[in-house]
Write a protein that binds this ligand. Structure first.
Ligand code: SD4
Length: 339
């Protein structure tokens, strides 16, 4: 694993020198080292003291999962895995859809949404929060330190500062330049799979069979000031039921909110569907109700047995699966099924 991570880092640096985007680099990594399959396997993880599994949306899920497993190695819980994985992506200033470096709203403000939920149904969330680099950690603090589930805007920022988070300018030069460029036309057109869709949704099942989930994003690029997507909304961007399974969403948040997507996926699993079928059914719910020609949504699910699945409206959504089974770690980057 260490060798592999060194390889990933070197490839990222080398790829950057070649002018490849991080996505292109990680796609190469995926093709080189990971199995790319169309249909998600339905093997169970056989949870016991030696097995654990983590699934995360998009290419950055591979490195995020690796970070999550470091937390597990140190004795952490599923929620510790989620937080560690999220922090890695949130602090990556090169990423343009999560944490620092995220593309701003149409007035030039980076506003962040995140939430987390554990196997006991405890949940925390922040939305429309500015200046704080680790929104999922703040959401966890809301869950653990307050009687509330969700804090918004200035209240969330103030709470974060009280909890010891340092205010930071999250608008990088790269994101600022992209916004200046966008302003020339100021067209508000969410585009499928490009620039608007790299939220990280993360689900983990630890060695004790505890499920947890997290979701963190800067939301739609150039959104209206004050717009909040699905990602911080429990039941929409994320839902965890410790007795059944967990689900998370990526894509156009409005469509996910309108169908309470992640809750739907978990309820379908409760009624007996496997994670793959549940994701397909929740995607179909959107396709039956809305014009999806310009709208992408992808769901990712993990059940209590460690089975996983994913499905999206359009081609192009992938996710990372990392499994610890009897001391062996395997990583896969998988294209979701779609359509
Ligand atoms: C949102 N669902 O704010 C988020 C965006 C997203 O991958 O998922 N991007 O609507």
């Amino acid at each position: 694993m260490t060798d592999r991570r060194d390889f990933l880092k070197k490839l990222a640096v080398f790829g950057g020198a070649l002018g490849l985007s991080p996505i292109a680099v990680s796609r190469m990594v995926g093709a080189e080292e990971a199995k790319l399959v169309k249909n998600s396997p339905q093997d169970s993880c056989f949870i016991n003291n030696e097995t654990a599994r983590m699934v995360s949306t998009w290419n950055h899920g591979i490195l995020a999962n690796a970070e999550g497993f470091k937390a597990l190695e140190k004795g952490g819980s599923a929620m510790d895995m989620i937080e560690a994985a999220a922090r890695l992506v949130e602090e990556d200033a090169e990423g343009i859809s999560v944490g620092i470096g995220g593309l701003p709203d149409r007035d030039g403000n980076v506003t962040l949404d995140a939430c987390c939920m554990d196997h006991k149904g405890r949940a925390g969330s922040v939305c429309f929060m500015q200046d704080i680099m680790y929104p999922l950690s703040v959401a966890r603090k809301v869950m653990e330190e307050t009687p509330h589930v969700m804090l918004a805007g200035e209240g969330a920022r103030q709470f974060a500062i009280e909890q010891g988070f340092t205010p930071t300018n999250l608008l990088t030069e790269k994101a600022h330049a992209a916004w200046e460029n966008w302003k020339e036309k100021s067209q508000y057109k969410p585009i499928i799979n490009i620039e608007n869709h790299d939220t990280i949704g993360i689900l983990a099942l630890d060695k004790k069979g505890r499920l947890a989930g997290g979701c963190t994003t800067s939301g739609l690029a150039y959104k209206m000031h004050g717009r909040v997507g699905d990602s911080p909304i429990i039941g929409a961007g994320l839902f965890v039921d410790g007795e059944v399974g967990a689900a998370t969403a990526t894509g156009l948040g409005e469509a996910v909110i309108r169908t309470v997507g992640s809750f739907l996926v978990v309820e379908l699993m409760r009624s007996g569907m496997d994670p793959q079928k549940a994701c397909e059914t929740a995607v179909k719910r959107i396709m039956d109700r809305m014009d999806t020609s310009n709208l992408q949504v992808g769901y990712l699910a993990l059940d209590k047995q460690g089975r996983y699945g994913a499905h999206a409206i359009h081609n192009g959504f992938n996710y990372a699966v990392t499994t610890l089974k009897y001391s062996n770690i395997t990583e896969e980057l998988i294209d979701s099924t779609w359509g």
